[in-house]
Design a protein around this ligand. Structure first.
Ligand code: 13P
Ligand code: SF4
Length: 375
């Protein structure tokens, strides 16, 4: 398809596309119209992917919405498009780049849309942990497993050492895969997903320990590390940690028939008291299938819960916390950034491309392909 240059109103005085501050100054309705126009002009060469936590004004443009697992597998299936604009966060765009052929250009409309959990583990700290673990146990018997919310070099670390990536929707299958091959697992960066999943598999709490990257041996002694099956990185999601057991208790007291539905990134004390636990895709499916009149308190990101409330007026849906728990980094992908990225593409310019270099790409792909196989 031919790329059409947009009308001069998109361009500034020097004929260059205006910068983001110009887009921020535009009224919302104009941004919406211009996004639709750019999307039409780009046609089938463009695929917009949107995570369920994305705000409504942006997610309306997504060709496909999903949780982290679904978006990864969809990206892997769309080798024919030319551009993927990812309305999510940085690690999701990296994953899409790794799983698509090199010719597919992946764009993150705002490069500052990161993930605070992913930032809690970096390659140096994980390599140092691995080295320290090697002083007390045989690391050939430890499987490294990274949550998809991590940088590409950590996925590559796992790929190279025989490990894999997991998402919140296949964490149990991934841990079963890992324990079928080695007797111990180093799980990073989300301690909660690791702990909640392992407990449901019947692994007792005293067979798990937390690795604090700031402390020698992660804050453990050698005996603990020898004894434990699961070593959990000291990381968490700043959004899901806001849901507390007292929120569950409050809803149970005020609405005895309420069902509590939470994401597995919530702390164990919340997950233990919930009726149902699962990824964002699971949460959506559960509410969709719930009978009219049923009452729910949901512990996950605010934009998704509000969307579910609007889409299911026949059900009573509450947000589980009294705090505003929203993913502030994903929120950075807003209409001005989306419009800016799309109109640049229409004008033949790629902005904010996410490209994972070799050999990270190859090793990370191996770990991601293992993830796609275990579900
Ligand atoms: P899922 O997309 O796997 O539900 O995870 C939620 C999340 O926190 C994304 O970063
Ligand atoms: Fe990261 Fe939490 Fe935002 Fe997910 S919700 S992208 S884990 S900060």
């Amino acid at each position: 398809m031919r790329v059409t240059i947009l009308e001069p109103r998109t361009a500034d005085r020097k004929g260059e596309l205006a910068d983001i501050s110009y887009y921020r100054s535009l009224p919302q309705q104009e941004l919406v119209e211009r996004c639709w126009q750019a999307k039409r002009q780009l046609g089938e060469q463009l695929l917009i992917l949107g995570h369920h936590y994305q705000q409504d004004e942006v997610i309306q443009f997504a060709d496909l919405r999903g949780d982290s697992y679904k978006l990864s597998s969809e990206a892997a299936k769309h080798a024919e498009c030319r551009y993927i604009v990812f309305c999510g966060v940085h690690f999701m765009a990296e994953t899409a780049d790794i799983l698509t052929p090199p010719e597919v250009v992946v764009i993150l409309p705002d490069l500052t849309a990161g993930c605070s959990m992913a930032d809690m583990a970096d390659l140096d700290s994980v390599e140092s942990a691995w080295e320290q673990l090697g002083e007390v146990v045989d690391t050939s018997d430890i499987m490294p497993v990274t949550y998809i919310n991590s940088t590409a070099d950590l996925k590559a670390f796992c790929g190279e050492l025989g490990g894999l990536v997991c998402t919140s929707s296949n964490a149990r299958a991934a841990l079963e895969w890992a324990f079928a091959r080695r007797s111990k697992v180093l799980f990073f960066p989300d301690q909660h997903l690791g702990r909640n999943t392992a407990r449901r598999m019947g692994i007792p709490l005293d067979a798990m320990c937390v690795w604090d990257p700031e402390l020698p041996l992660g804050g453990n002694n050698a005996d603990t590390l020898r004894r434990c099956q699961l070593i959990l990185w000291k990381g968490h999601c700043s959004v899901h940690q806001m849901f507390k057991p007292q929120h569950v208790a409050w809803f149970r007291q005020h609405y005895p028939d309420i069902k509590i539905l939470v994401h597995p990134e919530c702390m164990m004390e919340v997950v233990d008291q919930a009726d149902l636990v699962g990824s964002t895709e699971f949460i959506i499916k559960t509410i969709r299938q719930a009978p009219p009149g049923s009452r729910w308190a949901i512990g996950t990101e605010l934009h998704l819960v509000n969307r579910l409330k609007n889409e299911h007026p026949d059900k009573e849906i509450h947000f589980l916390s009294t705090m505003v728990c929203m993913c502030a980094t994903m929120y950075r992908i807003d209409l001005p950034h989306l419009c800016w990225a799309l109109e640049n593409l229409v004008a033949g310019r790629v902005v904010n491309e996410i490209k994972v270099p070799e050999p990270t790409r190859t090793w990370a792909r191996i770990a991601l392909e293992r993830m796609l196989q275990v579900h």
